[in-house]
Design a protein around this ligand. Structure first.
Ligand SMILES: [Zn+2]
Length: 142
């Protein structure tokens, strides 16, 4: 790891290294490099193919957790689904509950695919059964 030097960073970046790789070189985040270069008036390249999507180390199934949270929240609100009531047991909680994607595809944010579930129901056999998973004698999924 080298001491961060913006001129050196720019040099590496101009050689074709990705922001992530330049960051790695100095032990700082890709965002830091991006910000520093932009401050210098450098135009940031579009991420090359092998750094996007599934190849990116930050890939989380299409979208970030915070983004998923915001999206599912908005979908529930738009469809009049209470965020604090479990759709399985019907219990109302003083806080917002987990939104669960029925098909486990976090990019499928149709209301039909989102269930608001309390922790108990989310972790319960009911949830497991829905996914055709069978618990063995030890209570573990087969
Ligand atoms: Zn519940």
């Amino acid at each position: 790891m080298q001491v961060f030097d913006i001129d050196r960073a720019l040099e590496l970046y101009n050689k074709g290294l990705s922001l992530g790789k330049v960051g790695e070189h100095f032990g700082v985040s890709q965002q830091t490099i991006k910000r520093r270069l932009q401050l210098m008036g450098i135009t940031i390249r579009k991420q090359s193919g092998n750094q996007s999507g599934e190849n990116n180390p930050a890939w989380k199934g299409g979208t970030s957790r915070a983004h998923i949270n915001r999206t599912t929240k908005r979908v529930c609100i738009e469809n009049g689904v209470p965020l604090n009531q479990c759709q399985n047991c019907g219990k109302v909680f003083p806080h917002n509950l987990n939104r669960h994607h029925k098909d486990e595809d976090r990019s499928n944010n149709k209301i039909e695919n989102i269930e608001v579930l309390c922790v108990k129901c989310h972790n319960s056999g009911w949830f497991g059964a829905k996914h055709n998973r069978i618990r063995n004698a030890l209570g573990r999924f087969e």
